[in-house]
Design a protein around this ligand. Structure first.
Ligand code: ATP
Ligand code: MG
Length: 234
């Protein structure tokens, strides 16, 4: 998704997405074209946190075929968002228009790990673009490409260091690089094997025994994003 490759959508459609949705209904798009960076995990945890915090009518739009989000959703027994899939047929703006008219209070968009027009639409429609990045060069390279597109579309990006390893040089270096590109979430999310198990079982870390620290990190990131959304509305 480099600078010269992101004009799949017409300027009119991009403007429609930018002007009509992210500004009138909170939309968080989670984007990183590098596979496995933690997009679906973050969406599941944000959706559960929003619902637990009293946000009514949370919708997750799944743009990724066979995503871990759909698996989590199918297994989930607790409060879960409405799940809608979007695979590129029709217009995202039409779906978002319907959700907004229904009074949806939060829309979370999980994107595929490819640079395509759906990802571009998700960025265009976002109030905030959340970009998870593991402490790996490949993740950072993909982040840079996403950040270029978001910048072009005048979108606010929040970077989240995910799968962080405490006190490692790479984790620290990635945080420094990300903060040069824009705003870093107030805490990294550390690497914990329990994330995979929780997702597999349809749970979130707040519901897993002995994972209070992970739950706290998620809560801190979510509270920060919520605050940003509220500030944008006022
Ligand atoms: N902080 C973390 N610590 C440990 N494992 C994690 C963490 N975050 C995500 N994972 C694991 O990494 C894998 C990829 O996560 P996830 O599916 O959320 O990434 P993704 O970006 O949505 O991937 P895809 O490209 O397949 O859509 C999963 O097995 C997940 O459980
Ligand atoms: Mg995914």
């Amino acid at each position: 998704m480099s600078d010269d490759k992101f004009s799949w959508l017409g300027e009119d459609e991009l403007r429609e997405l930018i002007e009509k949705y992210g500004r009138t209904m909170p939309v968080i798009s989670v984007v990183n074209t590098e596979p496995g960076s933690g997009k679906s995990t973050l969406i599941a945890h944000m959706a559960a946190a929003a619902l637990a915090g009293g946000t009514e009518s949370v919708v997750a739009i799944d743009m990724a075929a066979r995503s871990s989000l759909a698996h989590w959703w199918n297994r989930r027994r607790g409060g879960k968002p409405a799940l809608s899939s979007y695979t590129g047929a029709g217009k995202l703006s039409a779906i978002l228009g319907r959700l907004r008219d229904m009074g949806v209070k939060l829309c979370l968009i999980d994107t595929p790990s490819v640079a395509n027009d759906m990802v571009e639409q998700a960025i265009a429609a976002a109030s905030i673009v959340v970009i998870p990045c593991r402490p790996r060069r490949k993740d950072l390279d993909a982040v840079r490409e996403v950040a270029v597109v978001a910048h072009y579309l005048e979108k606010k990006c929040i970077f989240v260091v995910n799968s962080a390893l405490p006190k490692t040089r790479m984790t620290e270096a990635i945080a420094v690089e990300l903060s040069k590109l824009g705003t870093l979430a107030p805490t990294p999310i550390h690497r914990r094997p329990a994330f995979a198990k929780a997702m597999e079982e349809g749970r979130v870390m707040a519901e897993v025994e002995d994972e209070a620290r992970a739950a706290k990190e998620i809560a801190t990131v979510w509270e920060y994003l919520q605050e940003r959304l509220e500030r944008m509305r006022s």
